[in-house]
Each structure stands twice: as structure tokens, then as C-alpha cells.
Design a protein around this ligand. Structure first.
Ligand code: ATP
Ligand code: MG
Length: 229
């Protein structure tokens, strides 16, 4: 992880619009900036565009208009071959998990480390530690198809945080777990944030947001940011 001074923006959007194919604009005139080291909630009703906004942030899509600057790079002028290196600095918890079905929980979480060439001895130490922390000590060798929704969600979270990314984007990361585990996961995110990771957690869980009311919020309604604080 590259350390950056707090206060600098890690990502900024300027008048960004997004449409899928020939459909209507699902994001319109979205403008905001996230300072490095911040921890925001991304809220808004179902269909407001939260997952779409996160997709733009992890470069899963390009905007149909406007400007996205990520890690000081204007995405419009960044070459395609440069994108994977930028993406590797981002941890993503997908709303639908996207685990690899043929790999065990341990191997799913180890993947970002193996891609980076981390030594196997380190992997064998850190991955089980993290999986135990999220309550999956007994499931290291389990394939995703044998796990519950909440267990898969925790594997997906462990995979996103294991490499201590510069930016963590989590889409409804507590949507499938009970309150006690949700709090534990939020504390995991807080610890990562203290180590310097900038975090965005998309959620409709108002009780979670109110328990962490000190965290600023980016609120979307009908594809527009109506509040940033
Ligand atoms: N791949 C896609 N192709 C076409 N339209 C899409 C696609 N993904 C999302 N949309 C549309 O974009 C709008 C925003 O969807 P998005 O999934 O970003 O909302 P959301 O805020 O994440 O909702 P939820 O809270 O239910 O997850 C919706 O109208 C949706 O139908
Ligand atoms: Mg969504």
C-alpha cells in the first residue's frame, strides 16, 4: 500500500453521467470528492444507483459523460493497459459476492495475495487469521456452494481487505449477516481505515448508519447525489 497524506483526494467525480446502452441516465451530474483516509456511507433507495456508482469507482464501467479522477489519474486519458494496476489498489466487496466456486474459502481470500506474489508462508499465516476473525475458522476448506449467504459475504469481505487496499468499496457488505456480525465487520473496516484505507460502504441499513453517525454520508436519489457531508 502506498501511503498518502490525509486530505488529498483519492477519487473525484465531476458532472458524471452514466447510462447503460441506450437506456436513460441512471447517474446524472454526480459531483463529489473523497479525501484520502475518509470513511463514507453511500446511501439511497433501491435502484438509486449505488452499485452503478461503485462500478464507476472501481473502473468496472466508464462514465458516459463527466470526469473521474482516481489516484490522481484522469480515467478518460488512462490507457487500457494501465487500468489493472489501478484496480489492484482497490478492494471490492460485490453485492453478489463473486467468489470463485471451484476454490475454497481460503484460496478465494488468498487470491489477491497470490496475484501479488506474496510468499505462501505468509498466506498460510494471514488468511486463516482473518477468516477466523470474521467467524469462519471452521470453513477454511469449504467451497462457496456449501456456505450460507452470510458466510459467503464474509469470505468476500476478507478477500477485499486482505491486501490492505488504498480504497475499499463495499456494496451492502452487511446485507446477509445478523447485527452482531455486522458490527464486527464494521469494526474490521474501521481498523483498515485507521491503517489508511479510504472506505465507501453502500447500504440501505439505516440503523447501521445511525450507529456510525460520525461517518460522513454520500446520499443518492434518482441517480443524483443529494447530500455529501
Ligand atoms: N447492467 C445494467 N444494465 C441496465 N440497467 C442497469 C444495469 N445495472 C443497473 N441498471 C439500472 O440502473 C439503475 C440503478 O441500479 P443500481 O443497481 O446501481 O441501484 P442500487 O442503488 O445499487 O440498488 P440496490 O439498492 O437495489 O442494490 C436501476 O434503474 C437499474 O435498473
Ligand atoms: Mg446495489
Amino acid at each position: 500500500m502506498r501511503h498518502r497524506p490525509r486530505g488529498e483526494n483519492i477519487i473525484s467525480f465531476d458532472s458524471v453521467g452514466l447510462r447503460y446502452g441506450l437506456g436513460p441516465e441512471v447517474l446524472r451530474d454526480v459531483t463529489f470528492a473523497l479525501p484520502s483516509g475518509s470513511f463514507h456511507f453511500l446511501t439511497g433507495p433501491s435502484g438509486a444507483g449505488k452499485s452503478s456508482l461503485l462500478r464507476l469507482m472501481y473502473l468496472g464501467l466508464r462514465p458516459t459523460r463527466g470526469r473521474v479522477v482516481l489516484f490522481d489519474r484522469d480515467i478518460a486519458t488512462t490507457r487500457r493497459y494501465e487500468l489493472p494496476a489501478l484496480r489492484r489498489r482497490i478492494g471490492v466487496v460485490f453485492q453478489e459476492f463473486r467468489l470463485l466456486d471451484h476454490l475454497t474459502a481460503l484460496d478465494n481470500v488468498a487470491l489477491p495475495l497470490r496475484v501479488r506474489g506474496v510468499r505462501e508462508a505468509e498466506i498460510r499465516k494471514h488468511v486463516p487469521e482473518l477468516l477466523s476473525w470474521v467467524g469462519l475458522a471452521d470453513q477454511l476448506g469449504a467451497k462457496p456452494s456449501t456456505l450460507s449467504g452470510g458466510q459467503k459475504q464474509r469470505v468476500a469481505i476478507a478477500r477485499a481487505v486482505i491486501g490492505r487496499p488504498d480504497l475499499l468499496l463495499a456494496d451492502e457488505p452487511t446485507g446477509n449477516v445478523d447485527d452482531r456480525i455486522a458490527m464486527r465487520l464494521m469494526h474490521l473496516f474501521e481498523e483498515l481505515n485507521k491503517l489508511g484505507t479510504t472506505i465507501v460502504v453502500a447500504t440501505h441499513n439505516e440503523s447501521l448508519v445511525s450507529r456510525f453517525s460520525h461517518n460522513p454520508r454520500l446520499h443518492l436519489e434518482h441517480g443524483q447525489v443529494t447530500r455529501v457531508n
